[in-house]
Design a protein around this ligand. Structure first.
Ligand code: GRF
Length: 194
């Protein structure tokens, strides 16, 4: 299974997937990493693993669609099975999403359909949730609204600090993304997705 990672930030989800590959827990190859941020830490992580990285400068393109077209030219040279958004912080446009329909996955730090969009954890905390979640879903033209492949829900406790909650959430994310990629055929079959 060939994976192209889209990421804007630290890339801990990228690293978790790559670790699972190296440990032969996941039979896959990350063929490239593409970022909309030149200085994203994910570039460094990918270089360590000798995985090619690309920076798409959206400001140098007249429109988001044009930037995403540049992105798709790179993606197509690698012919990935899945485009894995791992902390990719831009909304993908319709042309891009339609072109790769059924191939784009995202991880979102909430129990979707609750708390879509930015600052999902903070939204949940502001709402006094005692239970939060992480979801892996297909990307469609809606914001964090594509079909959910799998989610985990876990409790948060009053004495936990924000950084403890964040770290717990990231651990769940890392496990869940690997699990979904590992079992994607079965998950799709169960859900009747082609
Ligand atoms: C994750 O929490 C993910 O859910 C959100 O952005 C964060 C990315 O973290 N969409 P990282 O760059 O993988 O460390």
């Amino acid at each position: 299974m060939r994976l192209c990672i889209l990421a804007s930030g630290s890339g801990s989800n990228f690293e978790a997937i790559q670790t699972a590959i190296l440990e032969e827990e996941l039979s896959a190859e990350i063929v490239c990493v593409i970022s909309d941020k030149m200085d994203a830490y994910v570039h460094k992580r990918a270089h360590k693993h000798e995985i090619p990285t690309y920076f798409i400068n959206f400001k140098e393109h007249p429109t988001r669609a044009a930037a995403e077209h540049s992105m798709s030219l790179i993606i197509d040279t690698y012919n990935p099975d899945y485009i894995v958004c791992a902390g990719y912080m831009k909304i993908l446009g319709n042309d891009f999403v339609n072109k790769y329909s059924g191939k784009i996955l995202n991880i979102h730090p909430s129990k979707l359909p609750k708390y879509k969009g930015l600052n999902a954890l903070q939204q949940a905390l502001d709402n006094n949730e005692k239970e939060i979640g992480v979801s892996v879903h297909y990307v469609d033209e809606s914001l964090d609204g594509g079909r959910i492949l799998k989610q985990v829900v876990f409790p948060i406790y009053e004495d936990e600090s924000l950084s403890e909650i964040e770290s717990k959430l990231h651990q769940h994310e890392h496990k869940l993304y690997v699990e979904v990629l590992k079992n994607i055929r079965e998950i799709k079959n169960e859900k009747g997705i082609n």
